[in-house]
Design a protein around this ligand. Sequence first.
Ligand code: A2P
Length: 276
Amino acid sequence: MQPAATALKTTDAEVRQFPIPANVHAETVVSVKHYTDRLFSFRITRPQSFRFRSGEFVMIGLPNAEKPVFRAYSIASPAWDDEIEFFSIKVPDGPLTSELQKIQPGDTVLMRQKATGTLVVDALTPGKRLFMISTGTGIAPFASLVRDPDTYEKFEEVILTHTCRDHAELRYGEELFDQAANDPLIGEVAAGRLTHYCTTTREISPRMGRITRLIENGKLYADLGIPPLDPATDRVMICGSMSMLKDVKELVESLGFTEGSLNHPAEFVVERAFVG
Ligand code: A2P
């Protein structure tokens, strides 16, 4: 009698290989950059057929189990990019990130076929200024949007705020901003229209404090020399931890902003920064 076929193959070298699940792209890691012991970014190849809107997220996983663990990750690269970029936290005992943080160029990352999400410009009604409020890895969808010329077609000014515990955690955003400024396509369209405002909460820096406090006490506006948030002219996108989302949402609602979605575009949209 033939032995039953098993999903698990054992190669000559005793390397266990699991089959790639159906409806999943298996992509190759192109580069990895570690920023701190909590944060890293990586880029993978992009399947030709994969389409997404800047600001959306997709489920990713690793081919290290028969039933891989998938987690939602905001795509940090813009829709026109040939590669897909992600910015991730490292959770020591996280079901995915404990392994994901070990990836090297040439390794395989699995990606589901459909991207989705609410941090897209079409979920907002037209406005003049677009505020992107982020903490930690919540900057990822905005890294996509600030590098997309479409964003500047819809808004005259883009103000990206990023708050982290310390300066080392702000580095990804600083590099993003420098890269965008020097990019032949984005540098020109964003010139004089993209502002990057970063603050720290646990390390002394020129700008300190949670963004909620800096909006409430007017320091954000004073530092940038701009008029306060106004639902008549401004739109807001928010991405960060659950408690940050709750507080910033309450804050903008108290200023008269209403929450939108793709089906009902309005004045602000919210997405949780994903961990796992
Ligand atoms: P804090 O240091 O005061 O907690 P984390 O790395 O824990 O996700 O936090 C990222 C940044 O978000 C930190 O600077 C943190 O400030 C800030 N933060 C956390 N909770 C809130 C909140 N409810 N509102 C505004 N900022 C917050």
